[in-house]
Design a binder for this molecule. Structure first.
Ligand code: NI
Length: 171
């Protein structure tokens, strides 16, 4: 297992659409393990493969530290899709690829998501609140979308100004 480098805002790979995973092989299992280690090391709630520079439709979430009623433990979503969505939330989000920044974004309050687990078994999960937001945020990553894209034009302008001053220098 290895901690991988998390790409930050401005990296073109964060703007690519990730591709379906056709075979869940050893390479994917290693990717999952590395991504989990990377996510925990960065104290993130979720991590999408694009964020470590791999254009595959896969993201992880672990919401255990938040509320007891949320799904616990490491959750793996391969080739995820949202089947149903309803309601509205307007809460603050952040992203490991945009360190130090947070802003309120509009999301669906409840989603029904379908995906494959790491053994390749299909599952459906109904999620609300923070878990629903996290799924929408991570699924956006797989489509090359970042949460700041959902901000108003004015707030996007403010964000870009902020980023110029605060972006981490890549080493
Ligand atoms: Ni993110």
């Amino acid at each position: 297992m290895a901690v991988r480098k998390i790409l930050v805002y401005g990296n073109p790979l964060l703007r690519e659409r990730a591709e379906e995973i056709s075979e869940i092989d050893g390479e994917i299992q290693t990717l999952i393990e590395d991504m989990a280690e990377t996510m925990y090391a960065a104290k993130g709630l979720g991590l999408a493969a694009n964020q470590v520079g791999v254009l595959k439709r896969l993201f992880l979430m672990d919401l255990s530290q938040r509320e007891e009623k949320l799904p616990q433990g490491l959750l793996v979503f391969i080739n995820p899709e949202i089947l149903e969505a309803e309601g509205e939330l307007y809460e603050e989000e952040g992203c490991l690829s945009i360190p130090g920044y947070a802003a309120k974004v509009r999301r669906y309050a409840r989603v029904l998501v379908r995906a494959l687990d790491r053994e390749g078994n299909p599952f459906e999960m109904e999620l609300s609140g923070l878990a629903a937001r996290a799924v929408q945020h991570e699924l956006d990553h797989l489509n090359g979308v970042l949460y700041v894209d959902h901000l108003s034009p004015l707030k996007q302008k403010l964000f870009k100004r902020w980023w110029k001053k605060h972006r981490p220098r890549e080493g």
